[in-house]
Design a protein around this ligand. Structure first.
Ligand code: F6P
Length: 474
């Protein structure tokens, strides 16, 4: 069996400690170490696109990265990926800013990347492509004669056809997705939504539930909920606290801490969460002066208008709530628009009594799993989790809430703050069992094993597919 070639918009180069921390990076690196291979993606730099690829090799892995021109970055990343696909896939059609030039830019960059990768692909390599930036990537490679096995994993939700089919190029995107051999989703509802969209546009022949033919192209679909490295997180979270954090922990020993961290993104439900916290203060005055809610939300995709809007909204809400409920010597809500080192976050998770993770829609949400893994099993905190995060399918022992219902979230927070040690231990151990069983190694190993099982395409099979194309439904 050949090497593994991974393609993702962002990559985690070996010397960038900040980048190599997240779930995707850990999983992809684990898979790459097993077979040796290549990780191909954007350098994070905007500059001269014609420069040769920047390559770094460590052991059996090579990282190859490219720059994007300002126009390509704008149209492919900021506009089509993050102002069309991201809002639509998170059920926010109201925030979609579709422009034909952006779609053309997105298609052009996918073609450009296929050109750049092509000379690096060997005949027996298997390819694993990640996320919504690269929906047409297999299609571009097939056009260039690549018959290797190509798998795709979608890290974000796949919306229902009512939403997906509102995207002007939805039919092109669906047909392009069918050029992958294996399509992996976070949850079964994402997988079913994709198949529903497909069936609304063409005839889909399905065998044994997971193998499908549409537009003459045969591919498999499967569910691979992404996990974390629980042992690594336990180690980081229980390590000795840096002096500043130790001092803070001591100062807050009589205060119950509610803690959240995520990128500043409208899909995370932050304004709704602030209002739910306000409802807690309104309905349960017994907590006044005794709790503190810390929300960390570093800016992301700051060039996109919707992200600038949400930032202003949060600043206003935080000020309003503190103005209304704060007292001399007590600030109920700490909102920090800053990036923190990952290890520090794991340590803060450990002493947070409540982890509050209430996205309006989320592919998985690894923060929820990390919060649980960071807890002291003898005295764990409580996870309050949105029913609309992919993680809710696995973490059924969290307090599951509807993030649109501020009273529901406020009641869950009150319940979490008052929960007995016995109940906290039991919920925590149930969740840890699932987190350990379905860790990041299992995620990548299952995907790669399934991809390897698929027979590689041949030139003949591609020709046959053209002949066997089903007619489109009217
Ligand atoms: O959730 C999708 C995702 O691509 C993650 O894999 C990643 O953490 C996040 O979005 C980062 O977004 P960006 O690359 O736009 O900063």
């Amino acid at each position: 069996m050949g090497r593994l070639v991974v393609v993702s918009n962002r990559i985690a180069p070996p010397d960038d400690k900040k980048a190599s921390a997240g779930g995707l990076a850990v999983g992809v690196l684990g898979a790459l170490k097993a077979t040796g291979g290549l990780w191909f993606g954007w350098s994070g730099e905007i500059g001269n696109e014609d420069q040769p690829l920047q390559k770094v090799t460590r052991g059996n892995i090579t990282w190859a990265s490219f720059n994007l021109s300002e126009k390509d970055h704008e149209e492919y990343y900021s506009q089509f990926s993050n102002a069309v696909l991201w809002p639509a896939f998170h059920y926010r059609l109201d925030l979609v800013k579709f422009q034909r030039e952006a779609w053309e830019g997105y298609s052009r960059v996918n073609a450009l990347l296929a050109d750049k990768l092509l000379p690096l692909i060997k005949e027996d390599d298997i390819l694993w492509i990640h996320d919504y930036h690269l929906l047409p990537f297999a299609s571009e490679l097939r056009k260039r004669g690549v018959n290797n096995r190509i798998g795709f994993f979608l890290h974000i939700p796949f919306p229902t056809p009512e939403i997906f089919n509102a995207l002007p190029p939805h039919e092109e995107l669906l047909e392009q997705l069918c050029d992958y051999d294996l399509l992996g989703f976070q949850t079964d509802s994402d997988r079913v939504s994709f198949l529903d969209s497909l069936s609304s546009k063409t005839r889909v022949a399905t065998r044994e539930g997971k193998s499908h033919t549409a537009w003459g192209k045969t591919f498999r679909t499967e569910v691979y909920p992404i996990g974390i490295e629980p042992e690594e997180i336990e180690k980081q979270a229980s390590g000795p606290l840096p002096p500043k954090l130790a001092q803070l922990k001591n100062e807050l020993k009589n205060v119950k801490n509610i803690f959240s961290v995520e990128r500043l993104d409208y899909s995370k439900g932050l304004p709704e969460r602030f209002l739910a916290f306000e409802a807690l203060l309104e309905k349960y005055p017994e907590h006044h002066g005794k709790i503190r809610y810390t929300q960390i939300a570093p800016t992301s995709r700051g060039e996109v208008q919707a992200y600038q809007d949400i930032r202003h909204q949060l600043e206003t809400e935080a000020g309003r709530i503190n103005g209304r409920y704060g007292q001399l010597g007590w600030t109920p809500l700490y909102y920090l628009n800053q990036h923190f080192d990952r290890k520090i976050l794991m340590q803060v998770f450990r002493y947070a009594d409540v982890g509050l993770v209430t996205p309006l829609r989320d592919g998985m949400n690894l923060v929820a799993k990390e919060y649980v893994a960071a807890q002291d099993p003898a005295d764990p905190g409580v996870l309050v989790l949105s029913q609309f995060a992919g993680a809710a399918n696995e973490l059924t022992s969290a307090l599951l809430v509807n993030p649109y219902d501020r009273d529901d979230v406020a009641n869950a927070l009150d319940r979490a703050l008052k929960m007995s040690l016995t109940e906290r231990i039991s919920r925590h151990s149930e969740m840890m069992k699932v987190i350990r069983e379905n860790d990041i190694d299992r995620w990548q190993a299952r995907f790669i094993a399934d991809l390897k099982q698929i027979s590689p395409r041949t030139v003949e099979s591609n020709l046959q597919k053209k002949v066997a194309t089903f007619p489109k439904l009217a």
